[in-house]
Structure formats: structure tokens, C-alpha cells
Design a protein around this ligand. Structure first.
Ligand SMILES: C[S@@+](CC[C@H](N)C(=O)[O-])C[C@H]1O[C@@H](n2cnc3c(N)ncnc32)[C@H](O)[C@@H]1O
Length: 292
């Protein structure tokens, strides 16, 4: 028999040796998950003795983390904009930057007619689609992805959140299967925008476990962003908003492309670390309230 504290210490040392960031936090979460405890409850059970059946639940999870599988895949869920979403290797794990994208979209519709129809391109887990459906309770949201596996998970998430009445999902290569006459008040996307070289330099959690099709785009990471920009003018309502998450060194190219595609207004917005990460554009000029 070994105590919870002893197991935590051993797991922390083991994960440290495997190069896992924040090894003690990971150990606490994994041990808690295996024992059906929240992390805070783990602190109250340091002296609890664990037998083989409990250790048998912990070991395979620790092994997975030691192989640098992302913690959220092991837990099977993540938090996004206050929603709990199922995640696994079919989809990219939603990032905090993408929560910022959602917040910016909310802010840009503050004080004006809320969007009735929203298109989320490259929906993955459905995180943006679900968060926007929650933020705009009268909106209907179409989530598009090229991956049928991702769409299956997005549908599950929509159904668990009770949002499936206002969300629909479509397999499509960007706009190709979106009905030609559909007009959206907002087109939002966090598409693949990294280069092969950037992914090769990323942590093993990203490069070895997350779906490559969710990460990499050809042409310096710009091809999918350009496809989305070029198709947007005919699908956006005149007062509509195109909102994109991007790489940090792509804004000059993206703003030039937006201008070439006839967008009357476009602006570049930084993330909380001061790097260019979001682009917003509209067919006509509209107010762009700053985030509080
Ligand atoms: C960066 S992930 C974003 C996932 C999710 N929206 C998020 O923010 O976490 C990009 C998504 O675009 C999808 N995708 C890649 N190529 C696509 C294409 N040609 N058409 C539609 N979706 C595509 C991927 O399957 C992936 O789910």
C-alpha cells in the first residue's frame, strides 16, 4: 500500500523526467481523475492508502501522460468559455486564445443587432459554435469541418450542452458544401495557420498527438485563411463580421488580402501577450467597440 502523497511524489518525479511541464499539477489532476476526485479533494486525502485496484487505474493514465499525450485528452474533457466539452484525438484542444476570439465577437455585437446566423468554419470540437450559440441565444449556428470524426464529436458536445436545436453541422471543404444562397451575420474561424516547421518545433503534445489537419496550412500557413477570406464577401450580410484567429506573423498579408477582396473595414487585434492574433473585417464600416 502507498499513500496518495507518496504516489503524487513518485508521479511528479516520473513526469519531470519525461519533460512534462507542471508535473506536480499533472500528477494531482491525473491521480484525482483516476480516483474520481477533484484536485482540491486530493489535498484532503494525502494520507489515504491506495491498494492495487486503485493503482491499476492510475498507472495507465500516468503512462499516457509520460508519452506526452495532452492532459485534456487523458481527462477526456476541457473547459471553454464556461462550457465543459468532450475532447479526444479527433479534435484540436481548444485554446485560451480562441476564448478571446469569442469574447471579441461578443464585444463587436454589443449594442447592435445580435447575429441571427453564424458560420463557424473548421469547428473541431464545436467550441466556437457552442460558445457563440450560448452568447447569442437567438442565433442559429452552422459548424463546418472537413473531418467527419471531428463533426461527430462536435455533435455530441452540442447535444450534451442542450444546444443541438440551434446548431447544425456540415461536412465541407470550407464553403464548398455551404448552400450558395446562405448569408451569415458572422463568419468566425480558427483555421489551421501554422507552417510544417512551426509544428515540428512545437511540444510533443501538439506535434505527436493533435490532428495535423487541424494545425498546418500550406503557403506559410496562409492558404486556409486566404480561402476563408476570399469566400466571405458573398456569404456575409452587409453589416456582417468576419472574425479570424491567425498566426502571429501573418497580419500584413491578411490585411492586404482583405482589402483586395473589397472589405471596407479590417483591423488587426493582439492577444493578451501583445502578439497579432485576430483579424476582424466587414464589408461595410461598422463600430468596433474595444473589449472592456
Ligand atoms: C485549428 S482547428 C480549430 C478547431 C476549433 N474551431 C477550435 O478553435 O479549437 C482547425 C479545424 O479546421 C478543420 N479543417 C481543416 N481543413 C479544413 C477544410 N479544408 N475545410 C473545413 N475544415 C477544415 C480541421 O479539421 C480542424 O477541426
Amino acid at each position: 500500500m502507498q499513500s496518495v502523497l507518496e504516489i503524487l511524489q513518485k508521479t511528479t518525479d516520473f513526469l519531470t523526467g519525461k519533460g512534462v511541464e507542471a508535473p506536480r499539477y499533472n500528477a494531482e489532476v491525473i491521480v484525482g481523475h483516476a480516483l474520481g476526485l477533484k484536485r482540491m479533494q486530493v489535498y484532503l486525502q494525502f494520507d489515504r492508502l491506495l491498494g492495487e485496484p486503485e493503482l491499476d487505474k492510475i498507472r495507465p493514465l500516468v503512462r499516457r501522460r509520460a508519452q506526452r499525450e495532452p492532459l485534456d485528452y487523458i481527462l477526456g474533457e476541457t473547459e471553454f468559455c464556461g462550457l465543459t466539452l468532450k475532447v479526444d484525438r479527433r479534435v484540436l484542444i481548444p485554446r485560451p486564445e480562441t476564448e478571446q476570439l469569442v469574447e471579441h465577437v461578443r464585444a463587436r455585437f454589443a449594442g447592435v443587432e445580435p447575429p441571427a446566423r453564424i458560420l463557424d468554419l473548421g469547428t473541431g470540437s464545436g467550441c466556437i459554435a457552442l460558445a457563440l450559440a450560448t452568447a447569442f441565444p437567438s442565433a442559429s449556428v452552422l459548424g463546418v469541418d472537413a473531418s467527419e470524426d471531428a463533426l461527430a464529436l462536435a455533435r455530441e458536445n452540442a447535444s450534451s450542452a442542450g444546444l443541438d436545436g440551434r446548431l447544425s453541422f456540415l461536412r465541407s471543404d470550407w464553403y464548398s458544401a455551404v448552400p450558395g444562397d446562405a448569408r451569415f451575420d458572422a463568419i468566425v474561424s480558427n483555421p489551421p495557420y501554422l507552417t510544417e516547421a512551426e509544428v515540428a518545433e512545437a511540444q510533443p503534445e501538439v506535434r505527436n498527438h493533435e490532428p495535423p489537419n487541424a494545425l498546418v496550412a500550406p503557403e506559410d500557413g496562409l492558404r486556409d485563411l486566404f480561402t476563408i477570406i476570399r469566400g466571405a464577401p458573398v456569404r456575409l450580410a452587409p453589416q456582417g463580421l468576419l472574425a479570424l484567429e491567425t498566426g502571429i506573423a501573418q497580419h500584413a498579408a491578411l490585411l492586404a488580402e482583405l482589402a483586395a477582396c473589397g472589405f471596407a473595414a479590417a483591423d488587426s487585434v493582439k492577444d493578451l501577450t501583445g502578439r497579432d492574433r485576430f483579424v476582424f473585417a466587414s464589408p461595410v464600416r461598422r463600430e468596433a467597440p474595444a473589449l472592456a
